[in-house]
Design a protein around this ligand. Sequence first.
Ligand code: FRU
Length: 486
Amino acid sequence: MWMNDPNGMVYYEGEYHLFYQYYPDSTVWGPMHWGHAVSTDMVHWKHLPIALYPDSLGMIFSGSAVVDSYNTSGLGLNNNAPLVAIFTHHNDAAAKAGKDDYQYQSLAFSNDHGRTWTKYKHNPVLPNTHHFKDFRDPKVSWDPTHHRWMMALAANDHAEFWISKDLKSWRHLSDFGHEWGGHGGVWECPDFFPITLEGSTDTLWVLIQNINPGGPNGGSATQYFIGTFDGTDFTLDPKFSKEVLNGNGVWLDYGRDNYAGVTWSGIPDTDGRHLFLGWMSNWDYGQQVPTTPWRSAMTIPRTLTLRNTAAGLRLCSWPAKELSSLHGRQYGLQHVRISTPTDLNARMHCDKAIMDLDLQLDLGDKPAGNFSIILSNAKGERYVISFDRTLNTFSFDRSHSGNTGFSSQFCATPTRAPRISKGNEMHLRMIMDVASCEFFAEDGETVVTEIYFPSTPFTSIQIVPESGDLLLNSVTAFELNATKQQ
Ligand code: FRU
């Protein structure tokens, strides 16, 4: 049935938990529950019963979950570590009655590895005393430096930081963002965490801030900010993009279909990754996509890294290594020069386009280097990815990808995404499923996630050089096996 945001992503004793905004009675949005799934690798998932149901305080909107290792909340049984979920209660009746304090933050806890949940009896723990119409999506993490909990919260047009010693009583710390970044819509689903700059020992802070609408290609999208945190205030780093000063966002993903994503909490230090996934849809048309009896999926899990790029500090995404557990037959090509449209599948003797494809290209000297990658089926339905060397920009066109008529928003304009590096060598990775392509350029500096609905799956991947020869230095492809429900 209906699913939107990932919620309560927490790793605990060998299991990744993924809760999600869920309406079990319909394929459109309705009274929100927290659905629940667990996995040992973020790839193969087992569905569990609904974790949280709406109650007299409201629907269960988005939020996070933590392992309360020191039992600061006192909600652990026999002083063991409970799992604590921190979520927004949305009181629809109050909203409809014209009130403006109908969203507030509440707790639920579990002492059995997330199998059953109890709502805290003194909910809400953070009432909406400032009467913000949008006051939601708490992302809580443990701050080991100050020995306290930190909450990032979306409040209308900015993020708020709150602190607590016990998850139950919260104090306002600071605000960020009225004046920075994209403001074409409401700020929703923040995430706030420290991250080490690749190749150094410097630690900076990332604020992920989802926004709807106002994305770079329309509708919902995920922007972020890089800065420092002094224990009270988050301040932008001067090496981060100047774009955010002019009311523009810097985007984690330029595609139309990656929203409300945040990172997992509780990842052991010995692993240390920042693991992310998002809702693979867009509020522009998410409730109309032609699937039944379910609506929507999550992106693949991704590892986030902070890199100093030609455009300044950037948060890069790369498929989590666990995805290789789906790898089937391997295909490859080396050092192939192409000057005319080339069917990769024919060259590799492979009849599927559901694969994990890694392409190392040499574009040649300018003005050469324009090309397209066309995923298609025998009916001529296609998803077209093009690269414009002069603009150093990718574009993505799904206007002939099959069923597109369910919403005029679905392919109103082609998606555009900048390439950051300017060199002749280009590295692309594409994870293609029946109804989605997750595209990563230059080790994840540019990411584009999009969905499509061909009447039969795409079976061909064609590379079309459009200005001079293209050198395929290496092509590595793995068929992707289906994940059976566990
Ligand atoms: C984001 C969002 C959240 C909210 C939830 C409701 O997609 O609007 O801000 O908590 O979805 O389902």
